[in-house]
Design a protein around this ligand. Sequence first.
Ligand code: PEP
Ligand code: MG
Length: 374
Amino acid sequence: PPRLNEDFLKVVGWADEIRDLGVEANADNGTDAAKARELGAEGIGLCRTEHMFFGDDRLPAMHEMILSENDEQRQVALDKILPMQQSDFEAIFTAMKGLPVTVRLLDPPLHEFMPDLVTQALKVQEMELKGADPTKLAEERRTLAQVKKLHEQNPMLGTRGCRLGMLYPQIPDMQARAIARAALAVLDREGETVDLQIMVPLVHLRQELQRQREIVVAAVDDELDKAGQKLDYLVGTMIELPRAALVADQIAQEADFFSFGTNDLTQTTLGISRDDAENGFLGWYEAQGVVKRDPFATIDVDGVGQLVRMGTEKGRAANPKLSVGVCGEHGGDPDSIAFFQSVGLDYVSCSPFRVPIARFAAAKAKLAQADASK
Ligand code: PEP
Ligand code: MG
């Protein structure tokens, strides 16, 4: 566990008395969640579920789930994954001891979950050359045909986020059931509570959130009914595409909360790849003084910032109960936190190790704001 000395805890405690922005953490497993709590996180603002599928035991089940040819086969794969997901969520709920946990439904670029096209093509070729068993060869050829069909030229702008859940509603249904079963298991243990929020990624249409919400609510309520239990929970969405910010009033009618995904929002507003930015022209731009800062590290107030402000205002006007936060990398950057304070967000969420910095930055931003209004 991190070593926190008493003086540090005292000073950061003073900051907590001043700030009004909530500080949560991004964590995907029980260990990181426990670390985040220890560093003062008031909840998990983003639990990314895609990393949970990368293990060797899980990827084949995911392939089956996406590549299977009928509902029956798909269900077999889902039944394999569901208990694994349940234990993932149980660990996080347990670590957070009743603090809010925001679980985001699967948000992968599809290609990360499928056999690689070239590797699969080479495999088939090798089997052909070696005269492999015809049944096995036919199976691998079928997989190759499916991978070709689903192959995307630009996966980051392809079947990502809730689009996957729209095409394969079994996935959000499975995840919602796993989340509900995990919450029920934790509730069953004496004295433990769960503050649950379920988040839909990469929405740009109201209809997407409406449909995903229906699937989630039906699945969670079914699990609760079967167990004869009650549990309040929220369903909300990431705002991480420019259109989502522009039509935030429409989307807010389906949402209990918004969380700005400023990583994708920066990528899609600037049209700059978040993965290639640093090593490419952005580094050169910075070196030449064309831009002062890396917009993926510190929020681009003039551009992306306008969308955050607009999305917040439109969302709250349409739904006054809406809670609004940010969970992109900017949530742990002090200058960006000052901007989020000026917009009036409810909370920021950042990597666990940045939580103490965010607590100080939120207090500093609050004091600066109070000074400016004198
Ligand atoms: C984001 O886009 O800002 C975000 C938090 O989601 P991810 O980084 O997982 O795409
Ligand atoms: Mg994102």
